[in-house]
Design a protein around this ligand. Structure first.
Ligand code: ADP
Ligand code: ASP
Ligand code: MG
Length: 413
């Protein structure tokens, strides 16, 4: 069972969580619980890091931001004890959750589960802070924002759990963020592939890595609400959204929709390098250093060559890496040979995702038409087999998502 930040925000909510956990145990399950920091806490800690040093050392950032989950795991263990349950916390370094040393976005390499399983078998509820791990050298790491989902799936895989229930502040996965579009529809099932694509383009209901890990390890994941009464449908009866394989969905005989969902991501920033020499190797000199600095590049456009053998290169990076990327590229100005660097942090990426588009033409055309009709300008486009993404002005995010939800006929009655 995993509980997110809103579910853990304050003593009353932690008590509600403890009750949900206790009920699962009473239903005969052995339970491990993964928790997030209280809502807003990680943001607060990130801000302190930025104030301390805008170009902060990611290893020290991890020391700071991992602390939020330490607090909530201890509090939940205490609250469970107050309800008469046996419970104990297991910090990332105690299990340990072994990760690589890519600080601030570390990958889990393994979790030692022997002691954990023994304690659970003895009737103890295990409470594990999400988001945190430990490098081989013994330094604290974190798994990237939203990383507690990945912690939960990794723990579920390590202990061979029957199911990984991700409790959050909505009652499942919707066709789009239900906080943006009131007419969003709840999905009973989503395939791993679709969820993976949706998460990677901004449906932050699940962290992307948690979905790829669940797919790889075959973990059964349900997304459901923690804001429920005692008489709510039990988790075992799947009141939320179940992530399933393609084959499983086919067996359910569901009618496949053309588009599964729409996602928005405001955490991207655009960088334009003007008048880059149009010759072999030029682009490599831009993206090589960024890769070496562990900065993920997403959309890339190399505009048609201008005269004089020059070209503009436009691409996006995570907003949190913009300053580092810019600093790096400025240092490489001579080597790359560009003229100007232009950055824009106020952009958003809007994506439509659906397996159905593999076999249907016109999905992108519908998107461009709907946006044009509302005067929304498209700054960049990228596509994959089951996704079309466009980059737009951040101020138009909500409008664009709503317009597209309607254009694809996805609005609920
Ligand atoms: P938690 O703190 O529990 O991890 P998050 O805030 O990370 O919760 O994720 C839950 C939020 O994800 C919801 O409140 C909702 O606004 C947002 N969200 C975005 N896209 C979707 C979607 N397609 N379906 C459901 N929720 C979504
Ligand atoms: N607390 C971390 C964050 O806010 C991890 C998580 O909640 O999943 O990103
Ligand atoms: Mg989350």
């Amino acid at each position: 069972m995993k509980f997110g930040g809103t579910s853990m925000a304050g003593s009353d909510r932690i008590r509600r969580v403890a009750n949900i956990v206790r009920r699962q145990q009473a239903a005969g399950h052995e339970v491990a619980v993964v928790v997030s920091a209280m809502a807003g806490e990680t943001d607060r800690l990130v801000n302190f890091c930025r104030e301390a040093n805008p170009l902060y050392d990611p290893a020290e950032y991890d020391v700071v931001v991992a602390s939020g989950e330490q607090v909530t795991s201890g509090l939940l263990a205490m609250t469970l004890q107050a309800l008469g349950c046996q419970a104990r916390s297991w910090l990332g370094w105690q299990l340990p959750v072994r990760t690589d040393d890519a600080h601030a976005k570390a990958r889990i390499e393994g979790i030692d589960s022997e002691a954990l399983l023994a304690s659970m078998a003895a009737g103890e509820i295990a409470v594990i802070p999400g988001f945190q791990g430990l490098t081989e050298g013994g330094r604290v790491t974190t798994l990237g924002r939203g990383g507690s989902d990945t912690s939960a799936v990794a723990v579920a895989a390590a202990i061979g759990a029957d199911r990984c229930d991700i409790y959050t502040d909505v009652d499942g996965v919707y066709t789009t963020d239900p906080r943006i579009v009131a007419k969003a529809r709840k999905l009973k099932f989503v395939t791993y592939e679709e969820m993976l694509e949706l998460a990677s383009v901004g449906s932050k209901v699940l962290q992307t890595r948690s979905v790829s890990l669940a797919m790889k390890e075959g973990v059964r994941v349900q997304v459901l609400s923690s804001f429920i009464d005692d008489d709510a449908t039990p988790a075992d009866e799947i009141p939320g959204t179940m992530i399933v394989s393609d084959e499983e969905l086919e067996g359910l005989d569901m009618e496949r929709q053309l588009i599964t969902g729409i996602a928005a991501d405001k955490n991207e920033a655009k960088i334009i390098l003007t008048r880059v020499p149009d010759r072999p190797g030029a682009v490599a000199t831009i993206f090589g250093p960024l890769a070496a600095a562990n900065i993920n590049v997403d959309m890339i456009i190399q505009n048609v060559g201008r005269d004089k053998g020059e070209t503009d290169v436009t691409f996006t990076v995570p907003s949190s890496d913009l300053l580092r990327a810019q600093t790096l590229l400025e240092a490489q100005k001579q080597a790359i040979g560009y003229n100007r660097i232009i950055t824009d942090g106020k952009v958003a990426k809007i994506s439509v995702v659906g397996v159905g588009m593999k076999s249907h033409a016109g999905v992108a055309a519908t998107m461009f038409r709907a946006m044009a009709d509302r005067g929304i300008n498209i700054q960049a486009i990228s596509t994959s087999e089951i996704k079309v993404s466009v980059l737009i002005d951040e101020d138009e995010t909500e409008l664009a998502v709503r317009v597209l939800h309607t254009a694809y006929g996805m609005d609920a009655e």
